[in-house]
Design a protein around this ligand. Structure first.
Ligand code: FE2
Length: 350
């Protein structure tokens, strides 16, 4: 055995993770078994404590949050439902990544997740959206920060998202995961901007909505960000658009069809009025909402368009360079798209 204390920690943590995994798998069959809940809790508690001791601070922080969930189960405030066990098994796998390859654990992206999913949640509803495109067609969508202003003219017209607004795009070190955000009302009104805006049909201050409820939102996180779209490679999207919060899981069905499983979320402690606002905004960014129908319609058009190309032929419009880091830190960049395809190509050996 190695005498390196960090190596000893890794070996001990590997044993604890194995015990944790077994306890979770057994809990699936015996959800009321308190011994199994205690085993899971103790494993997490020890991983947290010794992780912090050996400098694995991100690991310790994550294990602490994971442990808190099992403490609630232990105290009878929550139960080991199949959904909880499924999430816990993924979290166990993430702990393994944090121990074995900590550089791949993407703390920057965690900030984007924690910014939105900050309090105990409640599920407002589920649905599934089926569309006739390859899963990779869809993946381009939440990574393409340009398309919102071109495709979804509603956003530009009513100021919910414009390229002149303060924005940022954050990728993990490997370019697999990304989030970007914009801040409504921060448009920089330069002469150049005014001249360009005057040529856009969608940019017309005379356009008004009879019912303005879709435009009303509460800055509930206090940072002015009205839109944050976060994508984890290869199959997960979290959005906050105004007060709509939802996760999407992308499931390939065939080379030409995919499903998006939507889960709409609110916070367990929110007033009923806020829940109503979130549900109302589903008309814009829910699976049957204006924006989401436009997204999947374009994915289908892109799939049909690329299917028409002959074998070995390709055509594309290059925007902002060719490398994986161009575009600075604003969302005016297609680096998230390039990194997606780069990750896919490397993983597939293409
Ligand atoms: Fe979109």
């Amino acid at each position: 055995m190695s005498a390196d204390p960090v190596e000893i920690f890794r070996q001990e943590a590997a044993d604890l993770l194995e015990a944790l995994e077994q306890a979770l798998l057994d809990l699936e069959r015996r959800p009321g078994d308190r011994d199994l809940v205690n085993t899971a809790f103790r494993a997490l508690h020890t991983i947290k404590g010794s992780g912090a001791m050996f400098g694995f601070d991100d690991l310790a922080g994550f294990a602490h949050e994971f442990e808190t969930v099992f403490d609630r189960v232990r105290r009878g405030e929550s139960h080991a439902s199949p959904a909880l066990i499924a999430v816990a098994l993924n979290a166990q796998s993430f702990l393994r990544t944090q121990i074995e390859t900590p550089d791949e654990a993407s703390p920057a992206i965690g900030d984007g997740i924690r910014r939105v999913l900050r309090r105990p949640l409640k599920v407002l509803g589920y649905d599934t959206q089926r569309f006739a495109a390859n899963w990779k067609n869809y993946h381009e969508n939440p990574r393409d920060s340009f398309h919102a202003n071109i495709l979804h003219t509603f956003y530009g017209t009513f100021g919910l998202s414009r390229q002149a607004q303060e924005s940022a795009m954050i990728l993990d070190d490997h370019g697999r995961h990304v989030y970007f955000y914009t801040k409504v009302g921060t448009d920089r009104a330069s002469a150049d901007y005014a001249e360009t805006a005057a040529t856009l049909r969608s940019h017309n201050p005379d356009f008004r909505l009879e019912d303005t409820r879709l435009l009303k939102w509460v800055d509930e996180f206090g940072d002015g960000v009205n839109m944050q779209i976060l994508t984890l490679y290869p199959s997960f999207v979290l959005h906050q658009v105004c007060n709509s919060i939802a996760v999407r899981q992308l499931v390939p069905r065939s080379p030409t069809s995919s499903d998006l499983h939507w889960t709409y979320l609110g916070f367990a402690d929110e007033p009923a009025g806020m829940t109503d606002t979130r549900l109302f905004q589903t008309n814009l960014v829910g699976s049957a909402g204006l924006v989401s129908m436009e997204d999947t319609a374009v994915c289908e058009m892109v799939r049909r368009g690329t299917a028409g190309s002959g074998e070995g032929e390709a055509s594309f419009m290059e925007m902002g360079g060719k490398d994986l880091t161009s575009g600075g830190s604003t969302k005016l960049s297609e680096k998230a798209l390039r990194n997606f395809w780069n990750t896919y190509r490397v993983q597939m050996g293409l």
